[in-house]
Every structure is written in structure tokens, then in C-alpha cells.
Design a binder for this molecule. Sequence first.
Ligand SMILES: [Fe+2]
Length: 220
Amino acid sequence: MDGDDVRMYGVLPFTTRMTVVQLESGGVWLHSPVRPTPARRRAVDQLGRVEHLVAPNKIHSLGIEPWKALYPSAKVWASPAFNERHSDIAVDAVLTNGVEAPWSGEIDHCVVDGHAVLDEVEFLHKPSRTLIITDFIQKHEVSSASWFWRGIKHMAGILGKDGGVALDIQFSVRDKTAMRRSVDTILGWEFDNLILAHGHCLQGGAKEDVSRAFDWITGA
Ligand SMILES: [Fe+2]
């Protein structure tokens, strides 16, 4: 579900997307929730009751509290460093690699270790063989920005369907071995499809695309 456009660092235009999973229990799992407008809420309500709200990294906090206010019994799951940045947002459980969640049978998760800035948790929705990535891979729509920002995004390697891991993210790895281990785990998952929080998604062919996006760290 597409959300509002936001400005990264106050200037860089970004489109946003939330991923909505209908669990086998009938509950709904919201990843990187966008702001709940009445229309968005109606669409989500048609799938079931919101049971889980997921903040996949410390930056993506936008819709957590507004959805929690609408569904007070929903459980908030957050990335390892989320509360360091957002101490005012109540978190029910921190997503570390060992954590078992009620949705773990349907959705795998893996924290990407070893990065100096991003504490991102990636997810695999197993029934649909879909990988859900927040900021590590970005494929911004070409049409959504001015020529200036398109140029910046092109140089950063995140413009269009060939986008990948932004150069500033590649330059901010703290522990390459740890990060490679995490990436290897994710590439070992069985997926064909890709949902991104920013830009083009993929139906089919995602394994090759994601492998290519991470070849700078895997050496492949
Ligand atoms: Fe983001």
C-alpha cells in the first residue's frame, strides 16, 4: 500500500510503501506502516484485524503510533536500535535474530548485522515467496522527482528498476564479515518476489536481482 511522499534529510523526495500481510490466523501484519487515512484503514480492515505493527529499522517510525491508537491491542515489533532513536514510542518486542514471534511460521526475519547506520530487519513471507526490504535496496521511480533529485539518486545507485544498495549505505559498513553473514542468510531464503518501501517491486526474478544488488559485499 503506497503512502505519502516524504523528504529524507528534509529535502530528498521519497515515495513510501507499507507491506500488508494477511496472516493465516486472519490477523493483519503491517510492515513499515504509512499514515492511516480513512481509505487506507478501510482497505486494511477488509483483510482482518491489525495484530502486528513492524518498525523494520530505526528510521521507519511514521505510522506506528497512529495505527497503535486505532488498534490498541496490536503488538509493536521494532528493530534493534529503534528505541534508541524513538524512546517515546512504546515497543512490545525487539526483533533480534533469536526472537520467535506468533507470525514466525509464516514470516522469517533476519537482522542485517554490521552496518554503522542501518539496523534493518528483513522479512520473508514464505507462502508468497516474497522478500520485504525497507531501505537496503531502493529503486526510486524515475518520474517522481525533479531532474536534480533524479541525478542525485542515479549517482547514488537507487534510481529506477536497476536500483540497488545506495552508495552511502555501501560506504557505511562497520563489520563486513558480519554483514556478509546476514546477506548470505537472506540470499539463502526461498523467494521470487520483492517488495520495497521505496520504489519498484518485482514479481518474479527477485533472487537474481537481490543477489546483484548485494554483489559488492558478497564478492559474487
Ligand atoms: Fe526508508
